[in-house]
Ligand binder design. Structure first.
Ligand SMILES: [Zn+2]
Length: 66
C-alpha cells in the first residue's frame, strides 16, 4: 500500500502521538519514541531549532538562549 487514498483508512487505528512526559504537549511519537516538540527521547537537551529563535536573533539581542 502506498501513500494514496487507500492508505488513509489506516489513519484512525492507532494514535501516533501521546502526551509528552517532559513538555506536556501531545507530541510524543509512540512508535518513533521521541517528542516532536521538545525532542524528548532523542536528546537530553530541549529541542530548540534555530528558526524558533530567529525573531529574537534578528532583533539584535544575544539573549535568545535565555
Ligand atoms: Zn515533549
Amino acid at each position: 500500500m502506498g501513500k494514496g487514498t487507500p492508505s488513509k483508512g489506516k489513519k484512525n487505528k492507532a494514535s501516533s502521538h501521546k502526551t509528552c512526559r517532559r513538555c506536556g504537549k501531545h507530541s510524543y511519537h509512540r512508535r518513533k519514541k521521541f517528542c516532536a516538540s521538545c525532542g524528548f527521547g532523542h536528546t537530553a537537551k530541549l529541542r530548540q531549532p534555530s528558526w524558533r529563535n530567529r525573531y529574537r536573533a534578528f532583533n539584535g539581542k544575544k539573549s535568545f538562549y535565555r
